[in-house]
Write a protein that binds this ligand. Sequence first.
Ligand code: TYM
Length: 327
Amino acid sequence: MSNVQRVLSGIQPTGRFHWGNYFGAIRQYIALQEEYEAYYFIANLHALTTIRDAQTLRQNTLDAAIDLLALGLDPDKAALFVHSDVPEVTELCWILMTGTPMGLLERCHAYKEKKAKGLTADAGLFTYPVLMAADILAYDSNLVPVGEDQVQHIEVTRDLARSFNHHFGETFVMPKAHVLEQAARVPGTDGEKMSKSYGNTIEIFEDPKTMRKKIMRIQTDSRPMEEPKDPDTDHLFQLYSLFADEAQRAEMAETYRRGHFGYGMVKKALADLAEAYFAEARKKRAALAADPNYVRQVLRDGTEKARAKAGEVLERVRRACGTAWWG
Ligand code: TYM
């Protein structure tokens, strides 16, 4: 196996991306493409567990590609592709599934949470972590930038890789999660983890007016203005910090500790920073949206790169486990 270091990550096209996706994951994709051989994909096969409408899935997939390119993903540096365009991964998923203990999947939180709520889970959701393991292992990925909520799945991936390697001989590269402490769990407007399923998101490309409205509705406590406050336990401050530079952050922290300020002022400062922060990407997005053929070509080129790598890994896997009956 070569010494090239590879980074890989996937993101579901279940709706428009939000600040949690950006700071928890996308910003890392863009930073890491500079140093690593990079593979990033739009996880449409995973999204099928929740989106059951063809036109929506198609549209979301293209929107996701446009968003990622607008935010700085550079197709000359990273392969950007759509999950289902690399069939090698689903073959690998099956091979891994044959060695996956049921108990391991029963402990995974997406399934456990759904079951705890009394909802019926399908086999797609139950086996989701195995597909995610295949997504990662198919490209000899060393590093996987994700938010904290995905770390358990990367642990499962490591378990499955270790067990396959043990059984069939050294085949897979052992991947590592890459989580940025500051953005491991970006809070939503209610202070819980920002997530589409909690309805507490602020989208990256929300129109500026709606974005401001959502920011103004971020939940805060009702302590008197005069009272000094601890910035480190405040989700509004945490959001502000994601956009602020070092000096702005220090100054706002000082304001919190002094007291005598209103949360409205913090919200307005946050809205100003957020609007400026994504202004460039917003312009770029408009240009990309007007040129869907370019975006499609980027995805086709990305698929070619991704399939070349996944094909090479699959060849190794088939030989290791014996499905390559001819060799
Ligand atoms: P998904 O589509 O739910 O989220 C995409 C990325 O955004 C991160 N994220 C957050 N980070 C910090 N704070 C938040 N509030 C927040 N919300 C979302 C997620 O951690 C993730 O990194 N299973 C994955 C997609 C996937 C994948 C893969 C990722 C499929 N195969 C292989 C890595 C490698 C998912 O559902 O992410």
